[in-house]
Design a protein around this ligand. Structure first.
Ligand code: ADP
Ligand code: MG
Length: 688
């Protein structure tokens, strides 16, 4: 077997990356050589044969072996995109969709959006009739099923990163299994870095055979094929800390500096959990570097998380200049979705941000939680791409062996299922409890979801989608609470405002973070702050942005993220088109913010909280479930603490914090959702 050339220290991944990064400089033949060096290349014929002869092929291969970028190209070369058919490849993450699509377009020497395109929510870069290979999130493919239930334009659907077990991936797998029975010519590829291939195979094993009159088997074979791509990873030395780490951001920074001081050249990949701690680590590391002189001058520090502007994404993949060392501080997107060439050292905090849901309290939030052993191994593996590497785990060996769970829990089993249920209902799947899930969700979570959808007026007494509201909410395909808010705004005469709010809620944040000037940011926020809360504040920001003529300077001055605002404008345009299609009257309520708050309440009544009597520290309790929550410091209502509020989402750190909060009147809650609040125990000082 061909082993990759061992690259020496100084130039290591640098040359290789330089080669991958620009086809224009390199020319076609060099790209082709690179493609042939990938482990998956040796399996090209085998893969094409299996796909030809089996309805489902499961492909397991180490990250970086070429599954995502190569297999769709092999399929295209073998004719699966002939006759106007399309090859689809799904990813759980948007940023991965964009990065991989642009890489494949580059390898094929075509313009992104033509033969190779991608679709993520709010962004469609494909050309019907021209696009042959299409990358998309699994969520977008689910949405496409509403218009084309059999996904008839696709010849092959590759469900990638299946080991992540994202909620959309699981729903998709369940539905694709059904579609397969109706479309024997459709081919599925399930691919992942690690997977219990057997259980996946068992899931796709169907008893139904396509047989002809004589009993001969027609069409492809039903039992799934399994192919394992031998990786080529180098050895990775694992280091553990001796005792538990109390502050992992600080520990990350010290470890990076230590590596930089003591170890030969080679890039560093750090795994943290989300934008907050990544920005904090970038800032701290930058300060340390400035304070400690010459040795640290060669560090290039880059964050990596979803929502990062395109220009910054490109820096991640750009070649590391000679004599420098790149430090990429990432969420778990770099665990398996993206491959960074040139990484020799990995620093693993041992945590990631994960969805967590408690059906009893009906509270879903993103929590920083310990990763599984499987994830830890994946992370370590990132260090052995170009030569033997080292992985520094910021937890003890004892902890790894005795306390880390072996596998993560599928997202399906730790999520609020509201969006999932509505999608299935819209696709005509009525018996949701009886649906063939790769991992069945908990019945409590299901019941909760049905209850919320019922109170939103999306489902009727028979648990069927209501007409038109239910179908409209499904069609908007945002969080049903947001969709409901938009529908209500139509009646309340404030759809222009609510659509703006919905657009802002669809992005991470309108504020600039990580510029390290909390005080200035807080002052800037005060200029826009509305007494009603964050949602109305967003309207002020949007108005200001329009009045400034969409000026980047204005954004900079006001600590507003210009890229985010451009995105808001784009999303808003799309939502407007969707709204018009649904017959929603576009109307502004001018200065009447009361109706705006009522519309928000109509969607988010389930997230209502009341300030505890005699609470001096801003403690709230949720009306349903009586959970303790606080207003997030980033909210304009932080320390204002109105008596009744509703929130958009919760984040958990030391406490549960409500993000994006608006003050409401208790009477609006009952108005908006009489059913939902009907069964409150009398002891709850609710709604009088
Ligand atoms: P897998 O899906 O098996 O993890 P990929 O197909 O994503 O592997 O990647 C195969 C190889 O392609 C990587 O090892 C890397 O060298 C190269 N590659 C992928 N994406 C990019 C990119 N955006 N820029 C440069 N090289 C890339
Ligand atoms: Mg991949």
């Amino acid at each position: 077997a061909e082993k990759p050339r061992l690259l020496d220290d100084e130039e290591g991944g640098v040359l290789f990356l330089a080669a991958s990064a620009s086809s224009s400089r390199l020319g076609h033949s060099s790209i082709q050589k690179q493609r042939q060096r990938l482990p998956v290349y040796k399996y090209r014929t085998a893969i094409l044969y299996l796909v030809e002869t089996h309805a489902t092929t499961i492909i397991v291969g180490e990250t970086g072996s070429g599954k995502t970028t190569q297999i769709p190209q092999y399929l295209k070369e073998a004719g699966w995109a002939d006759g106007g058919r399309v090859i689809a490849c799904t990813q759980p993450r948007r940023l991965a969709v964009q990065a991989v699509a642009s890489r494949v377009a580059e390898e094929m020497g075509v313009k992104l959006g033509e033969e190779v395109g991608y679709t993520i929510r709010f962004e469609n870069l494909t050309n019907t009739g021209v696009t042959m290979i299409k990358f998309l999130t699994d969520g977008v493919l689910l949405k496409e099923m509403m218009d084309d239930p059999l996904l008839s334009k696709y010849s092959v659907i590759m469900v990638d990163e299946a080991h992540e077990r994202s909620i959309s991936t699981d729903i998709l797998l369940g539905l694709l299994k059904k579609i397969q029975q109706r479309r024997p010519e459709l081919r599925l590829i399930i691919s992942s870095a690690t997977i219990e291939a057997k259980s996946m195979a068992a899931f796709f094993q169907t008893s139904k055979k396509h047989r002809g009159m004589e009993g001969e088997v027609l069409g492809p074979r039903i039992e799934p094929a399994i192919l394992s791509v031998e990786g080529r990873g180098f050895n990775v030395q694992i280091h553990y800390v001796e005792g538990p780490v109390s502050n992992y951001v600080q520990a990350v920074v010290s470890t990076v500096l230590l590596i930089h001081d003591r170890e030969p050249m080679g890039d560093i990949l750090v795994f943290l959990t989300g934008q907050d701690d990544i920005d904090a680590a970038v800032k701290l590391l930058t300060e340390e570097v400035q304070n400690c002189g010459r040795n640290s001058l060669g560090l290039i520090i880059l964050p990596l998380y979803s929502g990062l502007p395109r220009a910054e994404q490109e820096l991640i993949f750009a070649p590391t200049p000679r004599g420098k060392r790149k430090v990429v501080i990432s969420t778990n997107i770099a665990e398996t979705s993206l491959t960074l060439e040139g990484v020799v050292y990995v620093v693993d905090s041992g945590f990631s941000k994960q969805r967590s849901y408690n059906p009893l309290s009906d509270i879903e939030n993103l929590v920083v939680a310990p990763i599984s052993k499987a994830s830890a191994r994946q992370r370590a593996g990132r260090a052995g791409r170009v030569r033997p590497g080292k992985c520094y785990r910021l937890y003890t060996e004892e902890y790894f062996i005795n306390e880390m769970s072996a596998e993560g829990i599928p997202e399906m089993q730790r999520s609020n299922l509201v969006s999932c249920v509505i999608q299935l209902k819209a696709l005509g799947i009525d018996n949701i409890l009886g649906f063939d899930w790769p991992a069945p969700p908990s019945p409590e979570a299901m019941v909760r979801a049905l209850e919320v959808l019922y109170s939103l007026g999306v489902l009727d007494d028979d648990a069927k989608l209501t007409s038109p509201a239910g179908f409209q909410v499904a069609e908007i395909a945002l969080d049903p609470m947001i969709s409901k808010m938009i529908l209500s705004s139509s009646e309340l005469g404030c759809s222009e405002e609510i659509i703006t709010i919905a657009a802002v809620l669809s992005i991470q944040s309108v504020w600039v973070s990580g510029r390290g000037a909390q005080k200035e940011l807080d002052e800037a926020k005060l200029r826009f702050a509305a007494a009603e809360g964050d949602h109305v504040t967003f309207l002020n920001v949007y108005k200001g942005f329009l009045q400034s003529g969409k000026s980047p300077q204005w954004c900079h001055k006001n600590y507003i993220n210009y890229q985010a605002m451009k995105k808001v404008i784009e999303i808003r345009e799309q939502l407007k088109r969707t709204a018009q299609r649904l017959g929603i009257v576009l109307k502004s309520c001018e200065t009447d913010m009361l109706v705006v708050r009522k519309a928000i309440t109509a969607g988010f009544f389930a997230n209502a909280c009341r300030l505890e009597a005699f609470s001096h520290n801003g403690k709230y309790r949720t009306i349903r479930g009586s959970q303790e929550v606080y207003i997030h410091p980033s909210s304009v209502l932080f320390r204002v603490n109105p008596k009744w509020v509703i929130y958009h989402s919760l984040v958990s750190t030391d406490r549960r914090y409500m993000r994006n909060v608006t003050s409401v009147e208790p009477s609006w809650l009952r108005e908006a959702a009489p059913h939902y609040y009907k069964h409150q125990p009398p002891s709850n000082p609710m709604l009088h």
